[in-house]
Design a protein around this ligand. Structure first.
Ligand code: PRP
Length: 206
């Protein structure tokens, strides 16, 4: 059996569809509240976890492989192999602000974000002093209520920004879902993992 950690939420449908198309999973039905699924025929056991937790399961070897957003990998830098760009779940990590926002470069910038490490390293790279305000969601609210000057957040369709009269100032990074592997599993279950990546590659590059 190969153990696979898959993300719940936004990426779930896309990931399960990809796995099914690649013939890695069969009979994927509405997940409901069940969390662990065994596919005897293909020898895959998969479980659904919060997107931020996928690398935790993979790093600890509970899952041999997993699907994680590049955003989570950049933020937490887990000790895993990044095997493949799955080319789904595409979005961009951006600095955004209210339309009409004027930066005052001499002032310390207040940045609201889920991505504390990414924000710090981006602003360090451009030599700007910041105060990070860590939030867990609805980040766009922070500048609207004048808690922050800008946000560092993911932009997919741009709808959230548009509906809140905000826009992108800078793109920090292109984001997509990645297949990651536990380092020991990659040595000891190499054949199974290679089979999996080759099936996924066939679908992605079709
Ligand atoms: C994400 C992200 C933005 C939004 C961008 O939030 O943080 O708020 O999606 O998507 P869009 O460009 O297609 O509008 P999510 O919906 O995951 O919820 P959250 O606010 O709780 O983080």
């Amino acid at each position: 059996m190969i153990n696979v950690a898959l993300p719940k939420g936004r990426l779930a449908d896309k990931t399960l569809k990809l796995m099914t198309e690649a013939g890695i999973l069969e009979n994927v039905t509405d997940a409901g509240r069940k969390l662990v699924f065994e596919d005897e025929k293909s020898g895959v056991c998969y479980f659904l976890v919060k997107p931020w937790d996928v690398p935790v399961y993979v790093e600890r070897g509970i899952a041999d492989v997993g699907v994680a957003g590049k955003d989570v990998l950049l933020e937490n830098a887990p000790d895993v192999y990044e095997l493949m760009d799955l080319k789904t779940g595409k979005c961009r990590m951006c600095v955004c602000a209210e339309n009409g926002y004027r930066d005052e470069p001499s002032k310390r910038l207040r940045v609201a974000t889920k991505f504390v490490n990414c924000s710090k390293s981006y602003y360090a790279s451009v030599g700007r002093e910041i105060e990070v305000i860590k939030l867990n969601g609805s980040i766009e609210l922070a500048p609207l209520l004048n808690m922050s000057d800008v946000i560092v957040d993911l932009v997919e369709t741009g709808t959230t920004l548009k509906e809140n009269d905000m826009g992108v100032i800078t793109v920090i990074s292109e984001i997509s879902a990645r297949l990651i592997a536990n380092k020991a599993s990659y040595r000891f279950k190499r054949a199974e993992i290679d089979r999996l990546t080759s099936k996924l590659g066939d679908v992605i590059n079709a």
